[in-house]
Write a new protein. Structure first.
Ligand SMILES: Cc1ncc(C[n+]2csc(CCOP(=O)(O)OP(=O)(O)O)c2C)c(N)n1
Length: 692
């Protein structure tokens, strides 16, 4: 619905409650930085990528100046530097980051136009990404966290906070946009969608992104959403709309979409010559340049001509000072570029529960339980239950995890116990589930999203990858520790959708720890460590083990936690080392019956226990790796390479692997049994290696 009160009516005198001189200063410094990059720094190859904000700048600055609450956050994209300047980012930091120098947003790691700004005492900029549309769902997560802190934890500092996401007209076609729109409007979150419509996504007209090219008109009937629309190059209208939109979200605690039409005065990026635009179009865009319009609007009402000229000179001088500062910064030491993939003891400024003072309770690696054996489902549920009971920041969500208790029954009864704020069903969008979790983690919660089956993590691939790299690419300014639970692997049968493991894909995503427990006790220990940790964790729950008699163990106690990267020896012996994990562990144990073998359950793949494997192989001189995942580039290949590299001269037989063939999981149990390593085939392989 359009909001009548915010419809432009007549041209007003400049609103005196706005600090127009500050708007002018920020606008001119933004222009001066753009110009300096275009004329000097890009041609001199000191800046490698440049996305001019000219045309988008004024409205962004007006928006930024409205973000005044301590827990406001905005997530933008590569054209969002004016907003950052309005939030208080030092121009030298902005330019230094564009020049990939040490310090700044990322210590020279991330593309310089991708910003982040952790601000503990005012509005923050959440870590932006290069992927168009990826900014939406984490911002929705921040908005949901605001609601959680304000309503559930009764933290009054959050009562008026809002989340703002910035995107171009091209981004409204992305999965992330629709996912976040659904999340924000179904959950009624305090979130502003700020759409900067310049008519093009690089060269593609906005009519390709939404029918008729008008996302505001197309969303007019969307429930729980106020839609505002106007000219972002007109100072009066842009000021009224940005303020009105922010106030509406603050007051009504409901989402608003504000679409501002702005001209893109330069090419998409410095390299783009805009040949796809007619000269007439380019001229008409320049006729909409907000800078002269701002001057017209403010001179003489607010500033004199001389004031304006002075401000121009001051902005040029400030940009020059920023350049000198930025150029004096060194390039980071290349030896440091492998740091901050994971938490290394130095605390991130923002994200996760640790910066807010959380310290984990004492734990033990000794299982204290002497009760009845419980299955893995119950063990996971009990661990989640206990951690929720002692930590108000832990929240669970996913598809069907509420009243139904999850399709695998892991969360059964938890919504009843903890309520719908802490345990809730989500819309059917894995990008929404994981992206929202990222935003919640950035805001300081401990999100535990569930993906119903491992394969269905694929729609969330971008969010998973971006989550893992947050700490590295912001050089420890931000982190997004969360625990992503997902069941997978075969059960009674297979099929291409519910049965793949493909755990190696997560090992290949920097920044994620990966747990693959085979039994109830390890599941408790690893899940507890994950929930109390400071890094994102993939927690893989093997479907075949969830209620497997072999996997049943006594609950090891509420203080039981296991370190990642420490394998468990299931059997010990001297003639062969068998390395495995997940559902293959009991099969390997059985296959090694009567043989003097080390059977090693890795328990975690990132990190994995190299020392345990290598020292065992050096003793037994033979190594067999067994896994359910496909052979080619499966994690066994990594282990085999490490053994070949580091224990070659100790080997009496080739390092060997037994895995699924490179096929999707077949449905018929007969076909499945043929494809997945069986006890019998493991046994044959062991015998062949022993006889080698
Ligand atoms: C997921 C993804 N696909 C493609 C790209 C390449 N790309 C970068 S910007 C862009 C156009 C985006 O246009 P729009 O959202 O309208 O923003 P504008 O650049 O016009 O401000 C494209 C296709 C990308 N970065 N991410």
């Amino acid at each position: 619905m359009a909001h009548a009160a915010l419809k432009p009516d007549r041209r007003n005198a400049p609103d005196e409650s706005i600090d127009w001189k500050r708007v002018v200063r920020l606008m001119l410094i933004s222009r001066a930085l753009d110009e300096m990059e275009e004329k000097r720094l890009v041609p001199e190859k000191k800046v490698l990528y440049q996305f001019s904000a000219r045309g988008h700048d004024m409205a962004q600055i007006l928006l930024g100046l409205n973000l005044t609450e301590k827990h406001d956050a905005a997530c933008g994209y590569y054209r969002s530097r004016p907003l950052l300047l309005a939030l208080g980012v030092d121009p030298a930091d902005a330019l230094g980051s564009a020049m990939a120098r040490a310090g700044g947003y990322s210590d020279g790691r991330d593309i310089g136009v991708v910003f982040n700004y952790p601000n503990l005492n005012g509005p923050s900029a959440l870590p932006m990404c290069g992927g168009v549309g990826s900014q939406y769902t984490p911002t929705a997560g921040w908005a949901q966290a605001i609601t959680y802190f304000s309503k559930h934890l009764n933290d009054r500092d959050y009562d008026r906070a809002i989340a703002v996401v910035l995107g171009g007209d091209g981004s409204v076609a992305s999965n992330g946009f629709w996912s976040a729109l659904t999340v924000a409007t179904t959950q009624r979150l305090p979130m502003l969608f700020y759409i900067e419509d310049n008519g093009f996504g690089i060269s593609v007209p906005s009519t390709f992104q939404t029918p008729g090219g008008d996302i505001a008109a197309n969303l007019a009937a969307w429930k729980n959403l106020t839609v505002l629309d106007g000219d972002g190059s007109d100072p009066d209208e842009a000021a009224r709309l940005t303020r009105g939109a922010v106030e509406l979200v603050r007051e009504e605690r409901l989402p608003v979409l504000l679409r501002v039409k702005v001209p893109r005065l330069e090419g998409h990026s410095f390299q783009d010559t805009q040949t796809y635009k007619s000269e007439e179009l380019v001229r008409s865009e320049w006729a909409r340049d907000p800078l002269p319009r701002l001057k017209d609007y403010l001179v003489p009402a607010v500033l004199s001509d001389d004031d304006w000229e002075e401000a121009c000179e001051a902005a040029k001088a400030a940009a020059e000072r920023a350049r000198i500062d930025a150029e004096s910064r060194p390039v980071a030491d290349p030896a440091t570029v492998t740091s901050n993939v994971f938490f290394e003891g130095r605390m991130q400024t923002m994200g996760g529960q640790y910066p807010a003072g959380y310290r984990p309770p004492e734990t033990t690696e000794t299982a204290t339980g002497d009760g009845q054996r419980i299955n893995m489902v119950t063990a996971i549920r009990r661990t989640l239950d206990h951690e929720m009971s002692i930590n108000e920041r832990v929240v669970l969500f996913g598809e069907d995890i509420g009243p139904k208790g999850g399709v695998h029954a892991v969360t059964l009864g938890l919504q009843e116990k903890y309520g719908t704020t802490r345990v809730f069903d989500t819309s059917l969008s894995e990008e929404g589930i994981v992206g929202r979790a990222v935003g919640m983690a950035l805001a300081g919660l401990v999100p535990v999203p569930e993906i119903q089956f491992r394969k269905y993590a694929e729609p969330a691939s971008e969010q998973i990858n971006d989550c893992g790299t947050v700490r590295w690419r912001t050089n420890n300014r931000f982190a997004a520790p969360l625990v992503l639970r997902m069941p997978g692997g075969f059960f009674k049968c297979g099929d291409p959708w519910h049965s793949q493991t493909n755990e190696v894909a997560f090992v290949h995503q920097p920044g994620w720890k990966v747990a693959v427990p085979s039994n109830a006790e390890d599941a408790v220990g690893l899940l507890r460590a994950a929930l109390r940790g400071n890094d994102p964790v993939i927690f893989f729950e093997h479907r075949a083990m969830l209620d497997h008699p072999w996997a049943r163990r006594p609950y090891p106690g509420d203080a039981f936690a296991l370190p990642f990267g420490k394998a468990r020896f299931i059997r010990q012996g001297g003639d062969i080392t068998i390395v495995t994990w997940g559902a293959m562990v009991p099969r390997c144990e059985e296959a090694a019956e009567g043989i003097s073998a080390d059977v090693i359950d890795l328990r975690t793949l990132m990190p994995w226990d190299r020392d345990a494997v290598l020292s065992s192989v050096r003793r037994t001189r033979r190594c067999l790796i067994v896994h359910e995942d496909l052979g080619t580039a499966g994690f066994g290949a990594e282990i085999a390479a490490a053994v070949a590299d580091e224990a070659f001269i100790d080997l009496d037989a080739p390092v060997s692997r037994l895995t699924m063939p490179d096929i999707p999981s077949p449905h018929n149990p007969v076909l499945l049994d043929w494809a997945v390593p069986s006890t019998e085939r493991i046994r044959q392989k062991i015998t062949a290696l022993l006889e080698y």
